[in-house]
Design a binder for this molecule. Structure first.
Ligand SMILES: Cc1cc2nc3c(=O)[nH]c(=O)nc-3n(C[C@H](O)[C@H](O)[C@H](O)COP(=O)(O)OP(=O)(O)OC[C@H]3O[C@@H](n4cnc5c(N)ncnc54)[C@H](O)[C@@H]3O)c2cc1C
Length: 307
């Protein structure tokens, strides 16, 4: 039986908030399904300071904005896909549809809502850190480990997570120094194991990252010492980039990701989330895969609702 629509057609079948890799991938699946789609994007992807993106086949070593730019060009070639540069500031349900408002005061309605809004990394407030982020201060060895393999690598982390991080990074370099940035909270067993591998653990608080043009030279410690490194690995805390999914009732996991199934479906009917916002496997490839699956699933749900 055909679903009843409010008298006026919604502006779009789907609004996608976030037009980076995950959002554009979903938009391509939906555009190719002849769905009327609006992508709203505020232009702040998390990897914007990284000079080269790696580990995504066909685009290895390419500037992140070039990958996204090519994707946008290909997606907008589908005539049913529209693009709006701006910040979505409101999303609410209104009967059979969602109403989405932007900072510029525009309003759009849609039957389905997809968030591909990513994460906001909360960088430590240390001089030099933000300059080096994504250039020589790195979070993911799969993205940037190969480029620094065999070099002197610092890791800034503490607790059992620090041990896991060191064990992982050890695959790329044996020349590692761990900065716990304050007293170590690692178990004795883990500490002993690091000693066996001759990995120094420096507990002095980190005061500053000495750097030139984003290229780290040394980690300066509170006691005035400086330890030379070629790159520093650190996993910063993060927040959801966009508060709207939670405001709509979407559930967060204990780790701060939005909860969604493999197709991006959340606990709120009609609301989907994909990309970094839902996944600890942060990569362009994973974001693209998530968007691709959600696009197909949203199209299927729309087909089921109206046929
Ligand atoms: C420093 C760094 C380096 C990285 N390097 C690599 C690498 O080499 N290889 C790799 O595979 N991965 C890399 N990654 C991971 C990769 O960048 C992410 O996995 C990927 O960008 C996630 O895509 P996404 O579309 O989910 O989110 P993002 O790319 O972060 O995009 C989210 C988009 O949503 C928009 N947005 C958010 N809120 C709103 C709103 N309210 N209204 C409108 N728009 C909104 C943002 O402006 C942004 O454009 C790196 C990440 C970081 C942080």
């Amino acid at each position: 039986m055909e679903a009843t629509l409010q008298t006026q057609q919604p502006d779009y079948e789907v609004v996608i908030i976030g037009g980076s890799y995950a959002g554009l991938s979903a938009a391509m699946a939906l555009g190719r399904s002849l769905r009327r789609v609006l992508v709203i994007d505020s232009g702040l992807p998390c990897n914007r300071q990284t000079p080269h993106s790696h580990n995504f086949i066909t685009q290895d070593g390419v500037v992140p904005a070039v990958i996204a730019g090519k994707a946008k060009e290909q997606v907008l070639a589908y005539p049913t896909v529209a693009w709006k540069q701006g910040l979505a500031t409101e999303a609410r349900r209104d009967g059979d549809r969602f109403v989405i408002g932007t900072a510029a005061g525009e309003q759009f309605s849609a039957l389905k809502l997809l968030f591909a809004t990513g994460l906001n990394d909360q960088l430590p407030d240390l001089p030099g850190f933000a300059d080096c982020w994504g250039i020589s201060v790195l979070h993911c060895p799969y993205c940037h480990g190969y480029e620094v393999h065999g070099k002197k690598l610092g890791i800034m982390a503490n607790g059992d997570m620090a041990f896991e991080y060191v064990r992982l990074i050890h695959q790329w370099s044996k020349n590692i120094v761990l900065f716990t940035n304050g007293p170590s909270t690692m178990t004795d067993a883990y500490r002993d194991k690091l000693q066996q591998y001759r990995i120094p653990v420096i507990e002095s608080p980190v005061a500053e990252l000495q750097q030139e043009g984003g290229s780290i030279k040394a980690v300066e410690l509170g006691d005035g010492q400086a330890e030379r490194v070629d790159a520093l690995f650190h996993r910063p805390a993060f927040k959801q980039h966009c508060p709207l999914p939670v405001e709509l009732g979407c559930v967060l996991t204990d780790h701060g990701y939005l909860q969604a199934d493999d197709m991006g479906k959340t606990n709120v009917p009609g609301v989907f989330v994909v990309g970094d916002a839902v996944s600890m496997m942060r990569s362009v490839a994973a974001a693209v895969a998530g968007g691709n699956k959600a696009g197909a699933w949203i199209n299927k749900e729309l087909a089921e609702a109206f046929f």
